[in-house]
Design a protein around this ligand. Structure first.
Ligand SMILES: NC(=O)c1ccc[n+]([C@@H]2O[C@H](COP(=O)([O-])OP(=O)(O)OC[C@H]3O[C@@H](n4cnc5c(N)ncnc54)[C@H](O)[C@@H]3O)[C@@H](O)[C@H]2O)c1
Length: 423
């Protein structure tokens, strides 16, 4: 497949040429772009002079042998680049690296270098007097750029967040052949030069979204991988302790489950897992964990997450009821079903009742003959994603808590989509 040629006019700058920045800068250069950069670390200048990679990075040495990347002052980088990538480190305290037992305390990454660097970049853009797209690549927790970086920017900086999904050692191949390109920006127009760059590199699908969503997608991508590894390792430990079991056979079979296990199914925020199989299987495996003496009861943590998330939903119900009677709509464990075994909606009712809240639940699939609550405003919680609850004729003055984000806004009714951060 032929690729669009590089946009000849586009020049690319890199602020930070460390373990990530340098290999990526060289990969972009090798695709025909003029690339310049700056980095205060003398080790970077040494790497470029001696043409010796400090870290092993597949395919980097031949690019380093040939590179013409110039190290310039920040002002020159801004002047000579249409796109300025910022690949400055956001390190963690060594106690949170994962090489020692997890301390009770938790801490964010250290943004000191990134903030200082972005303050300088923003000032250099204003000095230059021409708009520049400034692309932060560094890993941050959601909300960081809005809190710490946006206030530093002058009117000429156009901020995009473009974290890379790459692994150390294969950074170049991962960058040039990504599963998708993630672009976060307040104004989609600011992403245009980046889209042009990525189109010329191979045309991977682009996810363009808000800065906050992009921040979250980046870190959740990584933690989803950790989740899979933890799950697989729990399977390994069970197999080790059960005579006749073999982890490779077990996981090879699960890998064939490409519709449910390895797919986009079950990857939507909503109610907890339900039905006659999943919760009880987890509970039974938690029992097995204990009887085998596993080092960590993964299954208990899955069930605790389900229970605590449901308790949080109960908190939301209580916070929004304001004296209105509470109605949980739906009792079946999944849409358009009449089976209520293991239903997270029933767990929610149970937790609310435990707290002394009077709850009515109504499900047209289970009680078709029963009449729905009506005649006055209620605090509704949609516990099952039945189609009927989308256009239910909610009484004016009611509040509708919607964990599926599918009930439309309607006059006189306070529809609260759960999972959308209030801005
Ligand atoms: N290394 C990876 O595989 C990888 C993958 C994905 C994301 N990330 C993220 O990318 C960011 C960079 O990671 P890294 O591994 O390249 O870090 P690094 O420490 O190897 O490189 C950062 C570079 O930025 C330079 N720098 C600091 N302040 C600067 C400034 N004001 N101006 C110019 N240069 C400056 C440093 O001197 C250093 O060379 C981090 O947020 C990291 O989490 C890294």
């Amino acid at each position: 497949m032929s690729r669009p040629l590089p946009t000849q006019a586009m020049r690319i700058g890199f602020v930070g040429l460390g373990k990530l920045g340098l290999p990526i800068a060289m990969a972009v250069e090798a695709r025909g772009y003029e690339v310049v950069g700056c980095d205060p670390d003398p080790a970077v200048a040494r790497t470029l002079q001696t043409r010796t990679m400090v870290h092993r990075e597949e395919g980097a040495q031949p690019l380093l042998d040939e590179t013409g990347i110039e190290l310039l002052s920040l002002d020159e980088v801004v002047r000579r680049s249409d796109l300025v990538f910022v690949t400055i480190q956001t390190p963690h305290d060594p106690r949170f690296e994962g090489v020692t037992p997890l301390p009770a305390e938790r801490r964010d990454f250290d943004y000191t270098r990134l903030i200082a660097g972005m303050r300088d970049v923003a000032a250099a853009v204003e000095r230059h007097g021409v708009p520049r797209v400034v692309v932060v690549v560094s890993t941050v927790l959601p909300g960081t750029l809005r809190r710490d970086i946006v206030p530093l920017l002058g009117p000429l900086s156009r901020l995009c967040y473009n974290p890379f999904f790459i692994a150390m050692g294969t950074a170049i191949a991962d960058f040039l052949h990504p599963e998708f390109v993630l672009l976060g920006a307040d104004d989609e127009a600011h992403t245009e030069p980046l889209r042009a760059l990525y189109a010329s590199l191979g045309g991977a699908p682009v996810v363009a979204t808000s800065i906050e969503n992009a921040e979250l997608i980046k870190v959740l991508y990584n933690t989803f991988v950790s989740t899979k590894i933890a799950f697989a390792n729990t399977a390994m430990e069970i197999c080790h302790r059960v005579p006749g079991a073999d982890v490779d056979t077990v996981l090879s079979a699960l890998k064939l489950g490409t519709k449910r296990v390895i797919s986009d199914r079950y990857l939507s925020g909503g109610m907890g897992d339900g039905g006659a199989c999943h919760p009880r299987d987890n509970i039974a495996l938690s029992h097995l964990s204990r009887s085998l003496g596993l080092s960590f009861d993964w299954f208990e943590s899955v069930m605790l997450q389900r229970e605590r998330q449901t308790a949080w939903l109960a908190d939301l119900v209580q916070a929004h009821a304001h004296g209105r009677d509470v109605v949980v709509l739906g009792r079946s464990f999944k849409p358009e079903s009449d089976i209520e075994t293991g239903s997270p909606a029933r767990l929610l009712c149970h937790l609310l009742e435990q707290r002394g809240v009077h709850v009515t639940s109504w499900d047209p699939q289970i009680d078709p003959a029963a009449s729905r609550p009506a005649g006055r405003p209620f605090c509704y919680f949609v516990g099952t994603r039945h189609e009927a609850f989308r256009s239910f004729g909610y009484e004016p003055g009611s509040v509708v808590l919607d964990p599926f984000r599918y009930v439309p806004q309607q006059p006189g009714v306070d529809v609260v989509p759960i999972g959308v951060g209030a801005s």
